[in-house]
Design a protein around this ligand. Sequence first.
Ligand SMILES: Cc1cc2nc3c(=O)[nH]c(=O)nc-3n(C[C@H](O)[C@H](O)[C@H](O)COP(=O)(O)OP(=O)(O)OC[C@H]3O[C@@H](n4cnc5c(N)ncnc54)[C@H](O)[C@@H]3O)c2cc1C
Length: 384
Amino acid sequence: MPISKKRYIIIGAGASGLHLAIQMAKSTFFRNFEIIILEKNQKNKADKTWSFWEKGNGKWDHITKKQWDLGDIYAQGKRVEMQLKPYRYKTISSLAFYNEAKKILSTHDNILWKQEEVKTVEPKSAEVLVTTDSTTYLADYVFDSRLPDINRIKSQDKNLIYQHFLGWEIETKNPVFDSNCFTMMDYRIKDGETTSFTYVLPFSANRALIEFTYFSPTIVSTKVYEEHLKKYINQILQPKDYTLIDIEKGVIPMSTFPFENDHLPLVQKIGTAGGWVKASTGYSFKNAEKKSLEIVTLMTKGISPKKIKSPLKYRHYDDIFLNVLHEKNHLGEEVFFKLYGKNNIQTLFRFLDDESSFFDDLKIISSVTSMGFIKAFGNHLKSL
Ligand SMILES: Cc1cc2nc3c(=O)[nH]c(=O)nc-3n(C[C@H](O)[C@H](O)[C@H](O)COP(=O)(O)OP(=O)(O)OC[C@H]3O[C@@H](n4cnc5c(N)ncnc54)[C@H](O)[C@@H]3O)c2cc1C
């Protein structure tokens, strides 16, 4: 088996691996290093729809499928409207992002993208041995987006819940969507007492992605999501007829599991595997971009990339929040209604982006304070 010396290896060409590779490609610091991306799949299919918020124009605008200045949530029998400016909510098809990344990276001779499945990663004294299904590489440093075994997360995180959903992109015969306004959460159709809702991304008056979503400790069967999607279409949207265009399914662990403990010498976990998913929301596309820039900035300064920031206070907030959803899943609708209804969305976005001030935090925490929350806060303090 050939052994060749390489500098940086990125395992996985998903959101985190590609954001990181693109940031490295942009920096002159890495021009003389070899960067190898090892990805087991072809990445030629749209497997996810990534949405995120950011202020004004952004660097992915040319590949976004749609952007909104307006959003809403339906909860507790009311509609809360959210004027997002200066933020915009944006959606990208993962395929557009993979293609864009391939285009950018192909213009850099020092970056190689190989379709290989990584089997083992073994740190040696000064390098890391990475073995794939066809080759063995030596790397100076490895960024690894492979997920840990979910059972290990389960055994260590007593509050583990999942954001799990089935999405249908549908086209309706008559116009039923307001294409200017996306729906973050609609609780008018729910599965019993669970925290479950519909998320709607309207691309036009006749076309939208609608996802029946749970934030809950247990996954349900496909049939259950389908039943709720049908209910939402028939009872809320009421189109004359519709066609199913595409399907998206996902399970995202919402966990404050200490993913960073899985780093090894010269091996850094990134993406979902590195704890880059915001535990209380399941969002990470934008965070992966932010963290990748942070990594590259640290490396160009000769600082270990493992020193990226992970403010402890947000982990505590996420812990409290997840404890409530885990122990009292029926409270989700009320908590989110208060969260979105009593705070301005700009403050909330800062909070969810881990960029809020102490006063923002106080305001947000007091807005959702209920007996469930106070108990969870007590439980959390006891566990510290
Ligand atoms: C359906 C879905 C929708 C989502 N929507 C949003 C959203 O709207 N907004 C948002 O912010 N977040 C969203 N997320 C959460 C999160 O942003 C994504 O999961 C994101 O893709 C995580 O990035 P990642 O790099 O950690 O993992 P991935 O993007 O999954 O990338 C990991 C890559 O590693 C590869 N790989 C795995 N094992 C090996 C191996 N042994 N060898 C080589 N390659 C390997 C995989 O093939 C994959 O390409 C969504 C998640 C899902 C599942």
